[in-house]
Design a protein around this ligand. Structure first.
Ligand code: FE2
Ligand code: FE2
Length: 271
């Protein structure tokens, strides 16, 4: 795969549809970029995919749910791989509000003024009722943007973890269990230390507390923005993430390495 590609949606559970794309990273493999539709009484879209694939994303989203039925968009954070169709969805789903944080609203407003009556600010630890269940906002153990929130669905036992628990992969999959344990560990460690380089600098005991908070939730399923659906793999994923602070920090290719990659035929996935 040398270009971003969108794949068909698949059910993680009867209530949750995954809208997957993949973004190739030359020399490192492919990164899943997932959005989700939670079919709660008040339906929730989680993130909005890649801008470059927005047409395909809107088509697939429309095949999962009537956009007019969407009541909430949980925007985990404002990175480009999460906001690709944000403004199209705001226009297409007039009854929808965006769940974000004060910082998230600020970042959205840097792009263009954001309608303030279309946001609902929710801090980590606070909950929202979406008709048939409570969703509790959490700050995941790892993240790359200060506005990041994931959430725990108390009815289904699913943790939506944003960038946390993401992994670089060699080929697409619909279940994280399809990835060999060695590949999953390596891909998760590389992604995590690249995405959250501050992990090497923080107090280990405090980090362990964030890990234990997730362990205490005992999610049955983890739905990361950057990993296929992970059923019954919470202990494994926590074990891999826990090890990251002790790993060697990620060093990205510099200009010399980049030139070598280009000579070897690595293309730019966005051109
Ligand atoms: Fe991110
Ligand atoms: Fe991301």
């Amino acid at each position: 795969m040398d270009m971003p590609a969108i794949f068909d949606h698949y059910p993680a559970t009867p209530e949750v549809e995954v809208l997957p794309s993949y973004f190739p990273i030359p020399g490192f493999g492919i990164l899943p970029v997932n959005a989700f539709v939670l079919k709660s009484a008040e339906p929730v879209l989680v993130d909005t995919g890649l801008w470059a694939l927005s047409d395909g994303f809107m088509d697939r989203l429309s095949s999962v749910i009537d956009l007019g039925d969407l009541r909430w968009l949980w925007l985990t954070h404002n990175d480009q791989d999460h906001i690709g169709s944000l403004h199209r969805i705001i226009e297409a789903a007039p009854g929808l509000k965006v769940i974000t944080t004060f910082l998230g609203l600020g970042k959205m407003s840097l792009f263009r003024p954001f309608p303030l009556d279309r946001v609902f600010l929710l801090n980590p630890g606070q909950s929202i009722d979406v008709g048939d269940r409570k969703l509790t906002s959490i700050r995941p153990p790892t993240y790359d943007a200060p506005e990041t929130t994931g959430f725990y669905d108390h009815k289904s036992g699913i943790l939506f973890s944003s960038d946390c628990f993401g992994a670089l992969m060699s080929k697409p999959a619909v279940n994280a269990a399809e990835i060999s344990s060695g590949d999953l560990r390596d891909g998760l460690v590389t992604w995590t230390k690249a995405d959250s380089p501050w992990l090497h600098m923080i107090d280990r005991d405090l980090f362990t507390k964030t890990i234990n908070y997730v362990r205490g939730l005992s999610p049955m399923i983890i739905l990361s923005s950057h990993l296929p659906a992970a059923h019954g793999m919470t202990d494994t994923l926590l074990q891999y993430v826990s090890a990251v602070p002790e790993e060697k920090p990620f060093i990205a290719p510099d200009q010399q390495a980049f030139m070598s990659m280009l000579k070897m035929g690595a293309g730019n996935p966005v051109t």
